[in-house]
Design a protein around this ligand. Sequence first.
Ligand SMILES: Cc1cc2nc3c(=O)[nH]c(=O)nc-3n(C[C@H](O)[C@H](O)[C@H](O)COP(=O)(O)OP(=O)(O)OC[C@H]3O[C@@H](n4cnc5c(N)ncnc54)[C@H](O)[C@@H]3O)c2cc1C
Length: 504
Amino acid sequence: MTLLDAVVVGSGPNGLAAAVTLARAGLGVRVLEAQPTVGGGARTVAIPELADGMPFDLCSAVHPLAWASPFFRAFDLPAHGVELVAPDLAYAQPLDGDRAGLAYRDLARTAERLGPDGDAWRDLLGPLAADWRQMTALAMGDKRTLRGMLDGLRGEHGPTASDLASMVRPGLRFGAALLEQGGPRWDRRFLTDEAKALLTGVAAHGITPLPSLGGAGTALLLAALAHADGGWAIPLGGSQAITDAMVRDLEAHGGTVETGRRVESWSDLPPARAVLFDTTPRTLLRIAGDRIGPARRAALGRFRYGNAAAKVDFVLDGPVPWRVPEVGYASTVHVGGTRAEMVIAEDAVAHGLHAERPVVLVSDPSVADLSRLRGPRRPLWSYAHVPAGSTEDVTEPVTRQIERFAPGFRDVVVGSRCIPAAQMERHNQNYPGGDISAGEATMWQLVARPTAAPDPYQIAEGVYLCSASTPPGPGVHGMGGWHAARRALLRDFDVRHAHGLAAG
Ligand SMILES: Cc1cc2nc3c(=O)[nH]c(=O)nc-3n(C[C@H](O)[C@H](O)[C@H](O)COP(=O)(O)OP(=O)(O)OC[C@H]3O[C@@H](n4cnc5c(N)ncnc54)[C@H](O)[C@@H]3O)c2cc1C
């Protein structure tokens, strides 16, 4: 059997980012994917029992990170035919009565709409949005080395003193905002329910108790990107468009992808000089545990998985009748009521309970992409936060939550399908118990995932972990894959400077 340069286990955005980086450096790369289709958390599929041929995003749907991430900026999705469309309204938070918090791409419009909290919103997010390049480099770089932190900023010739200097102010600002919004002082900034709930809806993405540093980090990054260049973008054709662009590029550089190839043990792998795992540490240990030193193996075994999401896909025969009609134009609607209600809901989940009024994320992709419509019918993507391993069908609680802010919602629903949290693993084993972050998203585990070792990516000789279980964590950004592949290039193939993505 011929020796491959590299095998990548898993074809999520991180696995493909790794594969593309290696293939562009001239290496022979094969990707092995357990599922029948490529893309992991960036897949768009038809659900035959719901509506003939209508495309549904199985996992990710909204993509601020796909335009802002240093990997995707280097890869250049638009040059690969991916059109990312960002509606004027990034996200919305409906409240009881005729109230809603609305985050427009236009910061001034957002501030104006927030009235008494307008200045406080602008002061918090304006500078972060202006420095989004530095902020994403910091948040998405490998924070364990200076070079890793500067990865997203520098050009072909390595980090410069001015790169470093340009990080200082945004870094301090981000740190101060993090401490404010991640702790007991978070309530001091805003006066109104609208502003408080608007930011909390974003903080809740991490599925952790609130306030928390992990939640605040997520909120500040995503909320700032809403007001930056690319907004909360939706890809034309669905998340699959991002995956397909990477697969095309991989194949153009000689790489291959094999689907339906679940790797259970080392003997399932073709011989290769390096193996990169776009998997959880749990799967990595099962396959390659005996190649990993005892201390690292024990540390990986202690990696903590988080609480979960249960997905509900709806087919509607008209738009959601939000009481505040503007809400219907947002990329994402956070349905959870006020800040206090969301705190209670996330606290219940943290205690292993189903919240009476769960936090629900909702997106109607047709606000940006009319190709998702089938005549008068449209898909509505949603998921609710639930405890890890929940087997509950959450269609009714999700419907009730949306109906609360959109009376008449039930009347436009013509079909639905729930994937309970416990079943998420069936279509992606990187989400154990429905943990869509592939590891608890506390601040410690966001920075020090999968372990606190100096190198989070290289786990053993020729063995790398490159999934969302490595820094910077969840999201469609490709950064874990990019970081891991460049480590492999340097250590296993002695490639220091190569064209484009591989430059290191
Ligand atoms: C419901 C939901 C909504 C989300 N919404 C968003 C969003 O709107 N925006 C956003 O940016 N992110 C979102 N995310 C998160 C995002 O999808 C993930 O963080 C991202 O896909 C992680 O990429 P990855 O490459 O690390 O792993 P994944 O995308 O999870 O891919 C891992 C791949 O590896 C394969 N695999 C695992 N083990 C094996 C094995 N042993 N053998 C072979 N193959 C294997 C899996 O089948 C899978 O295809 C969402 C996730 C979910 C589930």
